[in-house]
Design a protein around this ligand. Structure first.
Ligand SMILES: Nc1nc2c(c(=O)[nH]1)N(C=O)[C@@H](CNc1ccc(C(=O)N[C@@H](CCC(=O)O)C(=O)O)cc1)CN2
Ligand SMILES: Nc1ncnc2c1ncn2[C@@H]1O[C@H](COP(=O)(O)OP(=O)(O)OP(=O)(O)O)[C@@H](O)[C@H]1O
Length: 177
């Protein structure tokens, strides 16, 4: 199959990620989390955007629990065609697309130093292919500053072609196993 289109490439990446066995996912998660943790410690970031993982994404839950003690950890809270960010706190509730989120918060979030973003795939120039809703693109477009952007993935699914559009977000760093 010629994967010249974003949607075909997205489908093939999701297929590959779903095919990863549970045991190998467990070890890959551990490796990626360790790398993320080392990166975060070196960066000295204080306000960090993470995410509450879906099955095919790197399971960052243990990392969130660790970081929560001495950092401000934020996660997406979906609103309309994008999301705002809220501090990670329990309880979580299942929302659209099976994504869990904390309850709404009206506190003004701090400026994010470091954003850790899950990807479905990455094209030849390091731009993100996600689930096709453009929510992260809009989020970063609408904030008035540019945090360090780290893409994370269990198994790197990178195309050797440029599949992205101008609005797609681009990684500063890519962390995979
Ligand atoms: N963990 C996580 N949180 C996130 C995102 C994300 O990519 N990952 N988002 C980034 O924008 C936003 C939610 N956007 C999403 C849009 C569509 C689908 C989606 O189509 N999901 C598939 C199921 C995927 C699976 O099988 O695991 C579906 O519903 O068919 C998921 C998230 C905000 N929160
Ligand atoms: N900054 C933006 N302003 C308006 N529309 C946007 C913006 N960024 C993306 N879009 C729209 O969002 C739609 C989906 O974009 P795309 O296919 O890149 O999603 P994605 O990055 O894979 O998904 P997601 O971020 O939800 O995981 C596109 O139709 C695009 O026109």
């Amino acid at each position: 199959m010629e994967l010249n289109h974003k949607s075909d490439f997205r489908k093939s990446c999701i297929k590959r990620l779903k095919f990863t066995s549970v045991t190998s996912k467990y070890y890959k998660d551990k490796i990626v989390i360790k790398k993320l943790e080392n990166f975060i410690n070196r960066s000295k970031a204080k306000n960090i955007l993470l995410y509450i993982p879906l099955g095919i994404e790197v399971n960052v839950n243990p990392l969130i629990n660790k970081l929560r003690k001495n950092k401000n950890v934020y996660v997406p809270y979906m609103e309309g065609d994008s999301f705002k960010i809220v501090k990670y706190r329990l309880p979580l509730q299942k929302k659209k697309f099976g994504i869990k989120e904390p309850n709404n918060s009206f506190l003004k979030p701090k400026k994010i130093d470091l954003a850790i973003v899950p990807v479905v795939g990455i094209d030849a120039i390091g731009k993100r292919i996600g689930y096709g809703k453009g929510m992260y693109d809009r989020f970063f477009d609408r904030i008035s500053y540019k945090p360090t952007l780290v893409f994370t993935q269990l198994i790197l699914c990178q195309s050797d072609k440029i599949l992205s559009e101008s609005y797609d977000i681009q990684a500063d760093y890519i962390i995979t196993n």
